[in-house]
Design a protein around this ligand. Sequence first.
Ligand SMILES: [Zn+2]
Length: 468
Amino acid sequence: MSLRFYDTRSRQVSDFTPLTEGCASLYLCGATVQAPPHIGHIRSSVNFDILRRWLAYRGYEVTFCRNITDIDDKILNVARAENVHWWAVAERNQRAFASAYDALGCLPPSVEPRATGHVPEMVELMRRLIDRGHAYPAQDGSGDVYFDVLSHSAYGELSGQRVDQMRGAGDTDSDGAKRDPRDFALWKGAKPGEPSWETPWGRGRPGWHLECSAMATKYLGSSFDIHGGGLDLVFPHHENELAQSRAAGDGFARYWMHNGLLTLGGEKMSKSLGNSLLISEMVRRVRPVELRYYLGQAHYRSALDYSEEALSEAASAYQRIEGFLTRAAELTGPVRPVSRVPDAFASALDDDLGVAQGLAIVHGHVRDGNTALGEGRKERAAELAAELRAMLAVLGLDPGAEPWAAEGDGAGLRDVVDALVSVALEERQSARARKDYAAADRIRDRLTAAGVTVEDTPNGPRWELRRG
Ligand SMILES: [Zn+2]
């Protein structure tokens, strides 16, 4: 049976045929590092980590590129509000994302390029677009460079929209800059006090869409296999990436995969509610592996509505799996995973990554395994446990494998908690530095509520985990 995925552009499930036999190239839009990650961000990472693991299980050599957007209006706004350098904001939050990916067991990408390190590639892409008549420098002399939407007849193909029904891109305040309001910015002309880079069309900084096209093709080639991201990125971000690259003559992504969004009470997470759902907070409420189980359990394309009940149900479900594996190991001796997952599990994952169906088989094994243990059929229990571990490994949930195996003595987890608390303390320090004591106190209160006691010393803040 072949591996197949739902492709957003063709709107159908189709067989996965890689560009190069035995290889799979994957680009995932990574974080815009203006704030620390919440579980909505990390759901996408977990979904695509499972995809990557499944491709590897199916024998593909995976090249996985996930970018970091380290320059953006939102980063500049945070830097202005805190009166710190823009790159300090990016650096701090990038570390928070890296800690969160590690904490949740997401394998590191093959390459993790940053936007500001790829300006020459972006300038070259703009040059190709201008030469081919698909882009132009702003008509008002602002230094912006725009993509000419009407010059590219396929525009709208990814999101399934007709150009004549689209509204303006809304990315400039100047009426005279564009040929058409639907044209979108490839590059933003320099503004006083903002970072900027030299180009043939004046100083400025990268637009978000251009970055991804430049970085994806630099590392994966002018054509590559899969482009992933959250459903909220289909338009305009991915539509624009596709338009730029195709208009420049690149094949670009052959399959487009999008994960469903994490909602709260049916709505997109708002910033205020989102704060309590920061990864740094969540990993104190449940163990990271339980959070991963929760975020990865639904089909990647379905919406996941967050609730405390659903989270604790997921934690209990994972504990049932662990419980069986522990009892089986106690009674039958150590169990090693088999090299092949059960056929039914493989078919479920081959079919557009059917993790929910795969987990039904996982839990079937747990039930049958517990029955076998109860009846004293040790061999059968050991067999089921070995298959179970193989399936869990593909989902990144095998309690006997890294990073979870190190969790028992708390050593691995301590480093992760340390990194996440440091990020919160840095934010508190910068709040104090700008004399926003209310914000500083709020951060300390939240840490206290999560069991972290902060003490200010002449050498800076110290923290410890409250016991019991
Ligand atoms: Zn992107």
